[in-house]
Write a protein that binds this ligand. Structure first.
Ligand code: GAL
Ligand code: ZN
Length: 708
């Protein structure tokens, strides 16, 4: 990371596509960059055709002049390997490198990302270009960061051509060893799908009916690996030719197609592209979730927001601009969740091409525009916040995220097609967000012991080793909260025998008799006993079908909740207690939410998808685990996170996402907030912080004896 940390403070800038402009314009660009405080620009993302006009000629002169120019103006460069858009001459010489869909359609040249991940011709050409760039610029003083490719999996995530089929077979051999191992893993005794040899296997192309689910699951794994192999080929060249310069590729937030746990092992720095929709009033909650993942991918290390739109994008059916203040607030949100820089797509608005209506830091109207004022202001804000660079968040709750399980959960022919990972995760995350609880994400193989509370909204696919780790975590005092339809299959997507939730049965103290999906548009009632675990020795009443809660004998403080999409007929076993019961529908009276005390901890199970009603259940678990808000008593719509610096100082971000002014009391004893300074204004707010709509503050709390 040495080169990048030479850029002091926070990183600020964007994608710059100078090949779209005559060189006279560059001079104005760098002058304006300096004015705005831009210190890092991403160059060359789509420059392949310009850098290599044909198979045997190179044109680096323009890039030499460009890098020299930005360097003279004090701007560092995130240099792209330019491999995301192979030029026409390469495609025409190797038409077989164009990707093919599951239906056999070959995708044409004329857009971008038109390559087959397994194409030898594409890979050789990409690696050759990467090497040429690395050799030429490795010592250039402007070079701070390498940017491999662009958004792997954005347009093309899979290819069904013969080269991909061969690569898939090779991958299967490596994974399974022999063909009979594959037959067992894929369960090919079903529907006469037995293979005599690997040569008989094809990718899961469009077929008459449901395709073998394990074949599909292996295909998902293979497709993530195939793109990763491409990435690793470029990374190896950069590591060899240009050691000491950090390398990144821009991720796409929570993207199903790529297992970012695996990918991030090959990044020196995690970077992300985020495009929350200004028309979506809940967009900031999703953004927070994505940023928490990016921070978590490398165990809490600072990450980089590589791309965001300064205002509107151009690829939604309706592209709403960011109202005044929103871009600043959302930029600060990325910093609040651990980013050490904010970059954009793109620096100067294009006048031609598919993205000419996309907003830019320097809009078509130029420096007279509102957008340019935003660009200047954000530059000023980031300069003021320079001290936060390198500081980290501390979460006491973690959410398990497993791509393997995500892929398996969303295979076809399940009890309900409505069980989608993001739909299951989002309400849990939103409940925690709303309560001001900071969370990290963890891969299934992680040791969660440092977190008092561990949340698993869904673990459809679960191997026994992970289940054993979770059991040990709970025995040692951890609190695990597990969502429905978990512990169902092993890594081959075969049902764990002996009743769901398979390897979690003992840990959770429940057995599932039958899955009971809820038809679209219907809701099943639940009553949750909020007096907390083990508070009611008599349990909740079984007969809950009556009209009024008091008439049914429910605990007086039972809270009515609604389940959608999913419920289960479950039975408790051992010491497990029932915290909530179904109150309507065919499961009325049966247990719905349970808690199993085990060792020094407890394991909770939600047998239903509670959607917006997930919060009240999580409240009980949060209380038991002793996990609370970053700053208690926050007004509605205000987000608070805290970054901890190595010197013991803290930076408390307070962001008002709401449409009305909010007041945050700072006089709570013991918080140290009364003497804090807002880095954005340089003033001390005193006993009350007033946040305008879309307003923000970053309070610096100096290191004290107690905190150090
Ligand atoms: C990103 C992409 C950029 C640009 C941007 C527009 O997905 O990496 O090149 O297309 O979207 O929003
Ligand atoms: Zn292919």
């Amino acid at each position: 990371m040495d080169r990048l940390t030479r850029v002091p403070g926070l990183l600020y800038g964007g994608d710059w596509n100078p090949e779209q402009w005559p060189e006279q314009v560059w001079a104005e660009d760098v002058k304006l960059m300096a004015e705005a405080g831009v210190n890092l620009v991403t160059v060359g993302v789509f420059s392949w055709a310009r850098l290599q006009p044909d198979a045997e000629s190179w044109d680096f002169g323009w890039l030499d002049r460009l890098l020299d120019l930005v360097h003279r103006h004090g701007v560092a460069v995130d240099l792209a390997t330019a491999t995301a858009s192979p030029p026409a001459w390469l495609v025409r010489a190797h038409p077989e490198l164009l990707p093919v869909t599951a239906d056999g359609v070959r995708l044409e040249f004329g857009s971008r990302q038109h390559y087959c991940p397994s194409s030898p011709a594409y890979r050789q050409a990409a690696v050759r270009l990467t090497r040429a760039l690395a050799e030429r610029y490795r010592h250039h003083p402007a070079l701070a960061l390498w940017h491999i490719h662009n958004e792997y999996g954005d347009h093309v995530q899979e290819c069904f051509c013969p080269a991909s089929a061969a690569d898939f077979r090779h991958w299967l051999r490596e994974r399974h060893g022999g063909i009979e191992e594959l037959n067992r893993s894929w369960g090919t005794a079903f529907w006469s799908q037995h293979y005599n040899s690997f040569e008989q296997i094809e990718p899961p192309r469009t077929a008459p009916g449901p395709v073998n689910p394990t074949q599909l699951l292996d295909w998902r794994r293979f497709c993530s690996d195939a793109l990763l192999a491409l990435h690793r080929a470029e990374k190896a060249v950069l590591d060899e030719v240009s050691p000491g310069v950090p390398v990144t590729t821009n991720f796409m937030s929570m993207l199903k197609a790529l297992d970012y746990w695996e990918w991030s092992r090959h990044e020196d720095l995690v970077s992300d592209d985020a495009y929350p929709d200004p028309a979506d009033p809940r967009a900031h909650v999703n953004a927070a979730m994505n940023y928490d993942l990016m921070r978590s991918l490398k165990g809490g290390r600072p990450w980089l927001l590589m791309e965001q739109a300064p205002s509107a994008v151009s690829w939604r059916p309706v592209n709403v601009p960011k109202r005044p203040g929103l871009h600043r607030l959302w930029s600060l949100q990325a910093l609040a969740r651990g980013a050490d820089g904010v970059l954009h797509f793109q620096w100067r608005a294009s006048v031609a091409g598919a993205e000419k209506f996309h907003s830019a830091m320097l809009p078509h109207r130029g420096t007279a525009s509102r957008g340019w004022q935003d660009t200047l202001r954000l530059g000023t804000d980031l300069r003021r916040l320079g001290a936060i660079a390198g500081s980290r968040l501390r979460a006491r709750a973690a959410v398990l995220l497993d791509w393997d399980s995500w892929w398996a959960l969303e295979l076809d022919d399940h009890p309900s097609a409505r069980m989608r990972w993001l739909d299951l995760l989002r309400p849990w995350y939103a409940a925690l967000y709303q309560r001001g609880v900071t969370v990290d994400f963890l891969p299934p193989g992680a040791e969660p012991d440092g977190y008092p509370l561990l949340l698993a909204p869904n673990l459809y696919l679960l191997d026994t080793a992970t289940a054993d780790r979770l059991t040990a975590y709970v025995r040692n005092g951890g609190r695990l909260v597990c969502g429905p339809f978990s512990g169902i299959v092993d890594r081959h997507d075969h049902i764990h025998p002996g009743g769901h939730p398979g390897p979690l049965r003992e840990l959770l103290g429940i057995v599932v008799d039958e899955h009971w999906p809820i038809p679209d548009g219907e809701t099943t009632g639940l009553a949750l006993d909020t007096t907390g675990p083990a508070s009611d020795a008599t349990g909740l009443a079984l007969d809950t079908t009556g009209p009024a809660p008091d008439a049914t004998g429910l605990a007086l403080d039972a809270v009515a909740l609604g389940a959608e999409r999913w419920s289960e007929w479950i039975e408790t076993e051992g010491a497990a207690e029932t915290l909530a019961r179904y109150t309507s529908g065919p499961l009325a009276g049966r247990p719905a939410v349970t808690r199993n005390p085990l060792g020094a901890g407890s394991a909770w199970y939600l047998s239903a998808h509670l959607g917006a009603d997930t919060g009240p259940v999580l409240d009980l678990a949060l209380a038991e685990a002793g996990v609370g808000a970053e700053l208690p008593g926050l007004p509605e719509g205000v987000e608070a996170t805290r970054r901890h610096a190595a010197d013991g100082s803290q930076y408390l971000f307070l962001l008002n996402h709401g449409p009305v002014e909010r007041r945050v009391p700072l006089d709570t004893p013991g918080t140290g907030l009364l003497t804090a300074t807002d880095l954005l204004t340089g003033t001390a707010p005193g006993d009350t912080l007033i946040l305008a709509p879309l307003g923000a503050a970053v309070l610096r709390l100096p290191a004290t004896e107690e905190r150090a």
